[in-house]
Design a binder for this molecule. Structure first.
Ligand code: OSB
Ligand code: MG
Length: 384
């Protein structure tokens, strides 16, 4: 695929979004989500948008809203090549910044959605071409990720609400003290539910006997039981339940190492965590070649980031349900329209066929979200 992009202006807008309900994981309880929205404008007048999901606190990953702003404003944006071509992404510009994958993903998303806008094609078809695929889905199979609840009853009620909405795959967050007994109760009530758990790195190899008890519950997978940078210890874990890696996989090379060591059966392909769509597509093609199963992870992103993740999840070899739920489950209102919603009676969400990003950013709501960011001084005071 050939294209050339001439960027006139690129800006980064920090945001704080208010979640419709708090989201609790093994590492945090979240009421607010920080991030940065990137906007690019081309010489031809096309607009592209992207989202950096780096949060107010460095707990899922080391990046924060402020580090992303710093990397974008001081390094990536001032040195943007004036003319971009497919090859120029691998030149010294992107490589000159080590790490900071979420900042890079936000900027690359804005660039690619501007390219799609100029080419007058939906982003999903741009991603399809980037991956070298000849087809893509019209709708994406999705599940819902449910945070740690105050009680078993609250967990069962939350599950029932989402099943009523139409979701048919549920992911439950677990942590030490909130695992085997909780899952047992859920299984009793929902013997046939497609169910999985995500530990967000809360366990160590010494917990292996406890994790083995989860094998009796017929889980689709267990996501990221061990350290956020670990691959080796995951390879030592003997489980009947398939192991999925999230936090540990930062690059294609990590995925290759995990595959070779037998550390993961399933890949959570999260574009934010691997530095954008280019690395995502490289990982996608490796997994396709060796037969590793994939799905696309979420980071409570707004419709802007979600459009990009939806485009990735529309690739044919993403065969498991992705963590890309309905917009109303995160933000009311979102920063972009229209909201993503389930097709009634299914657990699928249609991919946008609009030209470019696929959603329209509401400038007023973006300004409100930026004002919320400006009014936050200490994340530790205001985020809980
Ligand atoms: O571990 O997959 C995760 C949210 C933020 C950071 C990490 C994770 C998550 C989720 C929610 O599980 C996924 C979503 O619905 O966006
Ligand atoms: Mg996860």
């Amino acid at each position: 695929m050939n294209w050339e992009l001439n960027i006139r202006k690129a800006t980064a807008h920090p945001i704080v979004m208010e979640l419709v309900s708090p989201f609790q994981t093994s590492f945090d309880v979240q009421h607010l989500r920080g991030g940065v929205i990137v906007r690019v404008e081309t010489e031809n007048g096309a607009i592209g948008w992207g989202e950096v999901t780096a949060d107010l606190r460095p707990n899922y990953a080391y990046e924060t809203t402020q580090t992303a702003l710093h990397i974008l404003n001081e390094f990536l944006l001032p040195n943007l090549p004036t003319i971009m071509t497919p090859d120029s992404f691998f030149d010294s510009w992107l490589k000159s910044v080590r790490g900071h994958p979420m900042a890079k993903h936000g900027l690359l998303s804005a660039i690619f959605s501007a390219v799609a806008a100029e080419q007058k094609i939906p982003l999903v078809d741009f991603v399809k071409q980037l991956a070298g695929e000849s087809s893509r889905k019209e709708a994406v199979e999705v599940g819902v990720s449910i945070g740690i609840q105050p009680s078993i009853d609250a967990t069962l009620a939350a599950i029932q609400d989402y099943l009523d909405d139409g979701y048919n795959r549920v992911k439950l967050k677990i942590k030490p003290g909130w695992d085997v007994d909780m899952v047992r109760e859920v299984r009793k009530t929902y013997p046939d539910l497609v169910l999985m758990v995500d530990a967000n790195s809360a366990y160590t190899i010494d917990d292996s006997p406890l994790l083995q008890q989860l094998d009796q519950f017929n889980l689709l997978m267990i996501e990221q039981p061990f350290g956020y940078q670990d691959i080796y210890q995951h390879s030592l874990l003997e489980l009947g339940t398939p192991i999925c890696l999230d936090e540990s996989l930062h690059t294609l090379s990590d995925v290759q190492a995990a595959y070779k060591l037998g550390a993961c059966d399933i890949v959570n392909l999260k574009p934010q965590r691997v530095g954008g769509l280019l690395e995502s597509v490289a990982i996608y093609n490796f997994c396709k070649e060796v037969g590793l199963t994939m799905w696309v992870g979420g980071m409570l992103e707004t419709g802007i980031g979600r459009s990009v993740s939806m485009a990735l999840a529309a690739l044919p070899q993403i065969t498991l349900p992705s963590d890309l739920s309905e917009t109303k489950r995160y933000y009311r209102p979102d920063l972009a329209d229209p909201p993503y919603s389930l097709i009634a009676g299914t657990s699928t969400i249609p991919v946008s066929s609009e030209i470019g990003l696929g959603v329209t950013v509401d400038r007023g709501r973006l300004l409100e979200a930026s004002t919320r960011y400006a009014n936050i001084t200490m994340p530790s005071e205001s985020n809980s």
